[in-house]
Design a protein around this ligand. Structure first.
Ligand SMILES: Cc1cc2nc3c(=O)[nH]c(=O)nc-3n(C[C@H](O)[C@H](O)[C@H](O)COP(=O)(O)OP(=O)(O)OC[C@H]3O[C@@H](n4cnc5c(N)ncnc54)[C@H](O)[C@@H]3O)c2cc1C
Length: 269
């Protein structure tokens, strides 16, 4: 079966994918969101639900002078529009508060109702004539004359080719795949305790590479927190926020021989 009546196909129904999909739908586009898991939401469902933004471009650059200034500028200058968009979808947003003690640079934070936000994004997509499908995987990017023109998706009923001029890869990171962790972050990371969406195993990266793309920047840094080891039971989702130790920047990290592991000050939490 072939379907060519989509304007945009978004792979991944997490925060990034649904925000992109809803933005396209608000602009009148017919969007198909393809989510591999049984429910939309991805890591956002287990996150702290905080929207934070650097106080200024300069403040963030002092923390990390390798960051992309265009993106930082968007986060600083676009935050007011972003918050209006979130509130406009009916998701409650708190008053501003400071998060400097966790992030270690001047930043402004707000809590928001991300569950309502994600479901309202999905509703917006459907109201504009699009679809959000779950338990559907994406196996292949379809190409014609070296251009990506669609995707092959599959669910329990079989596979379908969907053609669209715009394909958005929003399948999250590759944290769930020990081999990709080893490739980009070093072999020691195969054993890392994982507390994020486990379905994000680098599918978008693999699909993009299959179409000839490659990673553009250094990818050896990642978001993580110190955790106590030796829990007498398996680590579960609810443990991460509760057990995270936001103080590595003030600590010395030693291995079991008592030797320092690295420069602790390069981490932010
Ligand atoms: C414990 C914790 C706390 C956090 N707290 C905050 C916070 O307070 N504020 C903040 O800004 N950020 C926070 N974050 C980070 C934030 O949650 C993530 O950066 C964000 O949710 C990532 O969204 P995403 O859409 O890029 O990826 P994901 O959430 O990983 O979504 C990707 C989606 O794609 C799906 N998928 C994967 N492969 C395929 C495929 N082949 N086909 C179709 N679908 C596929 C996945 O199932 C998933 O639903 C936190 C993260 C964690 C783990």
């Amino acid at each position: 079966m072939a379907s060519d009546d989509m304007d945009v196909v978004v792979l991944g129904g997490g925060m990034a994918g649904l925000t992109a999909a809803a933005t396209a739908a608000a602009g009148g586009r017919k969007v198909l969101v393809v989510e591999k898991s049984a429910a939309i939401g991805g890591s956002a469902l287990i996150s702290g639900g905080i929207i934070w933004s650097p106080e200024s471009v300069e403040a963030y650059r002092r923390l990390d002078d390798r960051s992309d200034e265009t993106l930082i500028r968007l986060a600083v200058e676009g935050i007011a529009d972003g918050l209006r968009w979130v509130a406009g979808l009916g998701a409650e947003v708190s008053e501003d508060f400071r998060l400097d003690h966790v992030l270690h640079f001047p930043s402004v934070a707000r809590r928001f109702d991300n569950h309502t936000y994600l479901h309202q994004c999905a509703r917006l997509v459907e109201r504009a004539g699009g679809h959000v499908v779950t338990e559907t995987n994406t196996t292949t990017l379809l190409t014609r004359d070296s251009r990506v023109v669609g995707v092959r998706i599959s669910d329990r009923d079989g596979s379908t080719d969907v053609l669209a001029p715009w394909i958005v890869l929003a399948t999250g990171g590759f944290q769930g795949d020990p081999e990709l962790r080893a490739e980009f972050l070093g072999p020691g990371t195969r054993e890392l305790v994982l507390r994020a969406n486990r379905a994000s195993v680098g599918d978008g990266l693999r699909l993009a590479r299959s179409a000839g793309a490659d990673v553009a920047h250094e990818t050896s840094a990642f978001y993580g927190n110190l955790l106590p080891t030796g829990l007498p039971r398996p680590f579960v989702d609810g443990d991460f926020l509760r057990l995270s130790q936001y103080h590595s920047i003030h600590s010395l990290l030693l291995d079991t021989n008592g030797d320092r592991i690295g420069d602790e000050s390069v981490a932010t939490t």
